[in-house]
Design a protein around this ligand. Structure first.
Ligand code: RNT
Ligand code: ZN
Length: 412
């Protein structure tokens, strides 16, 4: 008996169909964030990263051009099993010789991305970039300056139109996430006015009709950022309310809440009131530090929620972290594989058994089964899954070492 067959029989003895789990996993897309590949730099070659987010580290080999970023992504994608999407930001526009500001962007600046995605048959997701720009230093959509607001409203509308084209041309619905850094370092006197202005700006942005077949919009809240410790205009209550009112997606970023607050517990509440949500799967360490996603209890809890309640079509999974202190391709692969491992573990849970124990009030049994599940032969199933998806198992690590030697180390 092969070790896979043995593992399969162990799962089957507790009522879990391994084949079914694997085929369901294959259908759950994970969106890979392009910005891990170049420390959120983009291709505008101008301003520094701003907006209260920070990449630390200066590991050699950062992608410096669109070509390098896409070929690094190609390589990373080849090491990640299952269905992948790629998430890009407006600052990854390629406008050729034209110098277009963010409010002037059109789909023509993204044809290289579209062609690349089409060739790989993957979907693109999108984000307006309302940071790292001279007009983003003092608020964007909530700014007290009408000219600044107008600029960022135009940018967001331009992005929604571009995203609609992604969806149409690729035949796969794009998810566009709207996050702005607006906030205040110290205690503001007026917490209301910026929120009123933000709401008006958003109303204008979403008054433009884009077919939902092609683009879905999400709004992302945040508790605090660097330099915005005391107040953010786009708080959780603000966007939860706004998303519900407008029928938008709410984006829950794992690093955007109080350090003891977890997004796994928010999913079932949010989905009682919203059709769909977006996740930014990240790992905060003491703060919203965007560390590489590990196979933590919280990651598992997120995956468990998605699987236990059959939310796979209603929860869009995106990764969001940036670590410039280690090999950036490994960072992508570790996080994406962990997301999929967590989903697979959730799919291999003896759900009926646990639900039964809970229903009968036998909480010791519920806890015991959950704990025993941690040491089931998961590894064999994961390996078989990778093999079926034509991606390496443990050996992916050496493949990255080789790529570092052959490709990344030549970038000086
Ligand atoms: C920032 C938000 C936002 C960004 C990306 C680059 O705190 O998490 O999602 O990380 O859009
Ligand atoms: Zn995020």
């Amino acid at each position: 008996m092969s070790s896979f067959d043995y593992a399969k029989s162990v799962y089957s003895s507790i009522g879990v169909d391994v084949e079914k789990a694997m085929s369901r996993l294959k259908e759950i897309p994970v969106s890979l964030h392009c910005w891990q590949g170049d420390d959120v730099s983009g291709f505008e070659n101008s301003s520094e990263l701003s907006g209260g987010i920070a990449v630390t580290g200066n590991y050699p080999g950062r992608a410096r051009t669109p070509q390098e970023l896409r070929s690094d992504l190609d390589f990373a994608l080849s090491l990640i099993p299952g269905t992948k999407r790629v998430n890009i930001h407006a600052l990854y526009a390629e406008c050729g010789n034209k110098k277009l500001d963010r409010n002037e962007l059109t789909v023509d600046c993204f044809t290289n991305w579209i062609d690349w995605a089409a060739q790989k048959d993957i979907a693109l997701d999108f984000n307006p970039s309302s940071f790292s720009h001279p007009l983003a230093d003092n608020g964007t959509l909530s700014s007290a300056d009408p000219a600044v607001r107008k600029f960022w409203i135009e940018h967001a509308i331009a992005c929604r139109k571009i995203a609609g084209e992604f969806g149409k041309r690729l035949g796969k619905t794009c998810v566009t996430n709207h996050w702005i850094p607006d906030g205040s370092k110290d205690t503001p006197f007026d917490r209301l006015a910026p929120r009123e202005r933000l709401m008006e700006s958003l109303d204008e942005i979403f008054s433009v009709e884009i077919d939902k077949k092609y683009n879905l919009d999400a709004v992302e809240c945040k508790l605090f950022g660097i330099g915005a410790e005391s107040y953010t205009a786009g708080s959780h209550e603000f966007y939860m309310g706004y998303a519900m009112k407008k029928g938008l997606l709410l984006c829950l970023d794992a690093g955007h809440f109080h350090p003891t607050e977890v997004i796994s517990d928010k999913i079932s509440s949010a989905l009682l009131f919203l059709d769909e949500i977006l996740l930014h799967v990240s790992r905060g360490v003491r703060w919203d530090s965007d560390h590489v996603v590990t196979l933590s209890d919280e990651l598992q809890a997120i995956a468990d929620e998605i699987i236990r309640h059959n939310y796979d079509k209603r929860v869009h999974i995106g990764l969001d972290y940036f670590d410039g202190s280690i090999n950036r391709i490994a960072a992508w692969v570790i996080g994406a594989r962990n997301m999929q491992k967590a989903l697979l573990r959730a799919l291999l849970e003896p759900a009926e058994m646990i639900a039964e124990a809970e229903k009968s009030g036998n909480y010791a049994r519920r806890l015991a089964i959950m704990e025993e599940c941690r040491s089931l032969p998961f590894h064999e199933i994961w390996n078989a899954y990778c093999e079926r998806c034509n991606v390496p198992g443990f050996e992916w690590i050496s493949a990255v070492d080789k790529y570092e030697k052959d490709v990344l180390s030549l970038r000086k």
